[in-house]
Design a protein around this ligand. Structure first.
Ligand code: NOJ
Length: 749
């Protein structure tokens, strides 16, 4: 070929490609000035069945967060992206990597549909916040929202568009490892917290600093039998509507873009393919407009459940049952076209799912600038900076629960001679749980580090081994460290590694080794502060008498040591209240405040025959829902209601005075519960309906007002219809679910 020919051919190629570009630009879906719905429809018309299947396909490409099959990809396959066979990746993050693969999708696939990058950003991305259960104990919706916003800021600066959070599963079983990820046992509080997290993650979703939230796990995953991970679930529609659904509903109403189907079954049908959950509840009742993602491999797990004979049948059932995007298992990409061609899955089902996903790709601005989450400067500036860490430190202190404080042992003066005892206080490897995204434990502040900074006279000893067992020599060394100390700070509980998915425990008592250690230290006669690290409420019954003070620290994240030090020294006066009852004994589980009375309720002092109770332990938990102490004390008085009868159209005003009667400024969470005395379906003995977190200076008194509307007295029937029935109610107000004062109220016909 002559030089002249070559030039002519290249010029031709350039003009053809330019023509191609212009043509692409002219396509309606490429035009940023066109409304999103029209762009989606235009794009959908241009897509082949295979490309549609591609949009429903999410693959893993990094850290495994579920079991990998031999054939699973570990790194993205460029040819698949070019062919439009992948719509999203999970566990692929960082500007460099996301940019690399986004470029292929946007610039080299036929229609240039960008990828969605997702990751479990559960309690922070690189700046690790306290675990969600702990954060929930702050009852501080502003802090909770802010924590999610920081997580979104860091994640979006690192190429991510989507987190698989918040987990809105109600659970009353602390044996279940995943209680750490939720907001505790109460449906009302769980809903407010879920919604706050959605607002924090998503913001307006269009500014490039927020990411899509995913309300999970839909539905009732927290009801796994005996707290055993991935176990069977059998809940009634009555329980579904009144106990499990409210938090998902509130989070969806807050605008969550996506939901995740749960691993479990509901009414004998896996949730991922459950028509009642995915069509009746989600689409019809909740009017959910976002899209659903399966949980890891739940499409193929239809076979293990015994709900499908093979992969093809599994996919058919899932798609017709409301499944949309598939996580990891690749059935869609391999089998969907065939199922549509055979008429087993209507194309409109596929189109509906694809449209929902494309909508969010447009909404995030990815078609107009696929690299807007890929900015190296932002990644450097917005991730793990001092400002984010300060917020995490405050969130951590706000989530720590003071469960006991005999003789006002705490707070401590910094000149106090303290001994810090406990292997976990030093071992950074044990500080974090599994859900820490890009968190690095080496960059976290251990308890030992944080406390050494505040208490210059501190001595340290391990006291027990990594597995929480102990030896005579470790105990001897601990006693030695305790010798010159005035106060002993003993860090016990569980390694962070024992919290989260696949971390169910049958025994949640304090380990024998740690109990032995406490017993030996008790003999010194020195005051003992137990600092408990754990991702769940443990059974603390055996150690309460061995300690003078107990601070439930949970898993506080990057700023652990600093936050614990802030609380112990009174820089931060604890104000958290537990959102999960602490069981007296494992045999009590599930134990929760909003139980039903039964036909044979227990007597007030729990004695007598023929009542619903245990013969060997009390019915009451060790620490009830809503319980938590402060360094100061509060007095409640003057509980009043503005009417004793009301009609549906009226509001009811309840007021109470709360006074700080102690020696420190502090915060109190004032809680209001109701009880419906008789209804067409039984109602719990107490239901949280309102609360307010207030700050009171020493000696200050405030009048707190709650306004209740008829809606607060309603509940659901089996089909999710709201029932509001006339009759008698009781109203309780107090600082926890047990220590309350009571009022009576009547709803008129
Ligand atoms: C399984 C978990 O159940 C889910 O919560 C998580 O988002 C996915 N794996 C992805 O990691």
């Amino acid at each position: 070929m002559t030089l002249k020919n070559t030039i002519i051919i290249s010029a031709l190629a350039i003009s053809i490609s330019m023509f191609g570009q212009t043509k692409k630009q002219n396509m309606l879906y490429k035009n940023p000035n066109t409304p999103i719905e029209k762009r989606v429809n235009d794009l959908l018309k241009r897509m082949t069945l295979e490309e549609k299947a591609g949009q429903l396909n999410q693959l893993n490409a990094g850290t495994e967060t579920g079991p990998l099959a031999a054939h699973d990809q570990k790194v993205p396959n460029i040819a698949d992206i070019k062919a439009g066979k992948v719509g999203s990746y999970l566990n692929l993050e960082g500007v460099a990597l996301t940019m690399k693969y986004q470029k292929v999708a946007y610039e080299e696939s036929r229609l240039g549909i960008p990828l969605l990058f997702a990751k479990d950003v559960i309690h922070g991305y690189k700046t690790i916040f306290p675990i969600p259960l702990a954060e929930a104990c702050s009852w501080d919706l502003k802090i909770i929202e802010q924590a999610a916003r920081v997580a979104a800021l860091e994640a979006s600066a690192s190429g991510l568009h989507w987190t698989f959070a918040p987990m809105c599963d109600i659970s009353t079983d602390p044996r279940w490892g995943r209680v750490m990820e939720g907001a505790g046992e109460d449906p009302y509080l769980g809903g407010l917290i879920g919604a706050a997290r959605v607002r924090g993650f998503q913001g307006n979703l269009v500014d490039g600093k927020h990411i899509m939230a995913c309300v999970k796990h839909f539905a009732a995953y927290g009801a796994v039998e005996a707290g055993k991970e991935y176990a069977h679930v059998d809940v009634s529609r009555f329980a579904l509507w009144n106990k499990y659904l409210p938090p998902y509903k509130a989070a969806i109403e807050a605008g969550a873009a996506t939901i995740m189907n749960s691993f479990n079954v509901f009414e004998g049908v896996p949730a991922t393919a459950n028509i009642y959950l995915n069509h009746t509840v989600l689409k019809q009742k909740f009017k959910f407009k976002g899209f659903a993602i399966s949980d890891w491999d739940t499409y193929t797990e239809m076979i293990n459940h015994g709900y499908s004979a093979d992969k093809k049948e599994a996919l058919e059932k899932v798609l017709n049952g409301g499944g949309m995007m598939e996580m990891n298992s690749s059935l869609t990409i391999n089998l969907l076209p065939q199922l549509v061609k055979e008429g087993k899955v209507p194309i409109k089902v596929v189109d509906d799912a694809v449209k929902r996903i494309l909508y969010y790709k447009f909404k995030l601005g990815l078609f107009d600038n696929p690299y807007r989450y890929c900015d190296f400067e932002k990644e450097k500036k917005d991730v793990f900076n001092t400002q984010n860490r300060e917020i995490a430190r405050k969130a951590a202190a706000s989530s720590m629960l003071l469960l006991k404080n005999e003789k006002e042992l705490l707070p401590l003066k910094t000149k106090t001679k303290v001994a810090m005892i406990g292997y976990y206080a030093k071992s950074k490897e044990d500080m974090f749980d599994f859900w820490i995204a890009k968190g690095d434990y080496r960059q976290a502040v251990s308890m030992l580090e944080g406390l050494s900074t505040k208490f210059p006279n501190l001595s340290y000893s391990d006291g027990y081994l990594a597995d929480a067992s102990t030896t005579d020599s470790l105990i001897q060394a601990a006693l030695e460290a305790a010798k010159n100390a005035d106060v002993l700070l003993v860090n016990i509980g569980l390694s962070g590694k024992k919290a989260g998915e696949d971390r169910s425990l049958a025994s949640i008592k304090i380990a024998d080794g740690q109990q032995q250690l406490l017993k030996a230290l008790r003999k010194t006669g020195k005051p003992i502060v137990a600092l408990i690290s754990s991702g769940r409420p443990q059974v603390l019954t055996q150690i309460t008498d061995l300690t003078d003070a107990i601070l439930q620290c949970w898993i506080p994240g990057t700023e652990t040591g600093n936050a614990v030090a802030d609380v112990l020294t009174g820089v931060f006066n604890p104000s958290a209240k537990t959102v999960m009852s602490f069981p007296y004994d494992e045999g009590q589980i599930p134990v929760y405040y909003n139980y039903f009375n039964t036909g044979r309720p227990t007597t007030p002092n729990g004695s007598g025959d023929w009542f619903s109770r245990y013969r060997d332990i009390p019915n009451a938990p060790l620490f009830p829902f809503g319980y938590g102490l402060s360094y100061t004390s509060f007095e409640y008085s003057n509980l009043k209601i503005d009417k004793s009868e009301f009609s549906i159209s009226e509001n009811v005003n309840v007021s109470v005075s709360v006074k700080n009667t102690g020696k420190y400024d502090g915060e109190e969470i004032v809680q209001l519960y109701i009880r419906d005395i008789a209804a067409s379906y039984i109602r719990p003995v107490k239901e949280l309906k309102a609360f307010e977190k207030i700050a009171l200076k020493v000696g200050e008194e405030k009048l707190i007002k709650f306004t209740l509307s008829a809606n607060d007295f309603s509940f659901y029937d089996m089909d999710g219809n709201t029932l509001l029935e006339p009759g008698n109610f009781e109203i309780y107000v107090g600082g926890n679910s047990v220590e309350v004062s009571k009022l009576n109220l009547k709803l008129l016909k």
